[in-house]
Write a protein of this length. Sequence first.
Length: 310
Amino acid sequence: MNPVIELQRVTKRHGALVRLAEMDLTIKEGEMLALLGHNGAGKTTIMKLILGLIAPSSGHVDVLGSAPDGPHAERLRRQLGYLPENVTFYEQLTGREVLTYFARLKRADRHQVTVLLERVGLVEAADRRVKTYSKGMRQRLGLAQALLGSPRLLLLDEPTTGLDPAATRDFYQAVKALRDNGCTVLLSSHVLPGIEPYIDRALILGKGRRLALGSLKQLREEAQLPLTFRIHGTLRAMQSQLWKAMSLEPIPINERCVEVNVPAENKMQVLRQLTAMPNIDDIELSPPTLEHLYTHFSTRPASLTLGASA
Ligand SMILES: Nc1ncnc2c1ncn2[C@@H]1O[C@H](COP(=O)(O)OP(=O)(O)OP(=O)(O)O)[C@@H](O)[C@H]1O
């Protein structure tokens, strides 16, 4: 598949401050990639470079086949949708009026307004003033605004900050439907819960540098973090020597439940030993979450990040 975004050794500096350092990144058509990082890690800087709002100090940025700050910038921007962090609208206008206003600005077909209100689940609230909207509804209106003109590439900057888990899920489901229709999505976030099922890959950033890049599976393979086993049963009968014999350190959850961390390579061996025990009723296995992986990659020594996967 064609790359939609290509960054080659891109650096963005302000005097001595390096906002982004030698970044290489290729995003393919129809991919959903999450930019993850602490405040000031460089997420918005990457988005602004892709939008052509700022130019790299060195290196090359290519978006849909041309430079975003080059002679084709205007044509290119019509193919991009952008939901900025902290989106605000005219409070006195209705959702429909807001979208109609943006459609005019973007020179998009006004018939799209109703279609998009439907797509983001705002049809019933379309004729209410924005000042009556919840945070989740405002974000969905922001998403509808970003979708005007049927963009091929969607950039979402911290789109779910401040949303509750149900509103976050609804938001990502709407984005996933777009991605499934071939739209490429780049989203930045430091709110990790809820994002896992929707992304193809994650780029973990720290101080403008790439700390890790890959699918959840690739990040798990690279990190080699242990699996968590939640074991249920009559555990009081389990002597500490038994745990020791399996090289496990149980963390009590309650009288009938403990958690143990098991290195991935020992998974089957430990499972066999545990399932052979009559006092164990159930075992739940959890691989490391994106949150565990993020913590791992953002706290490991800098010398180990040089080989971050391409
Ligand atoms: N216009 C600017 N001039 C100088 N430095 C800037 C400018 N904009 C951002 N920076 C700096 O660049 C670095 C990266 O900022 P950026 O906004 O890309 O981070 P971020 O990962 O999006 O952070 P956040 O999660 O807080 O939004 C930070 O150190 C920031 O202070």
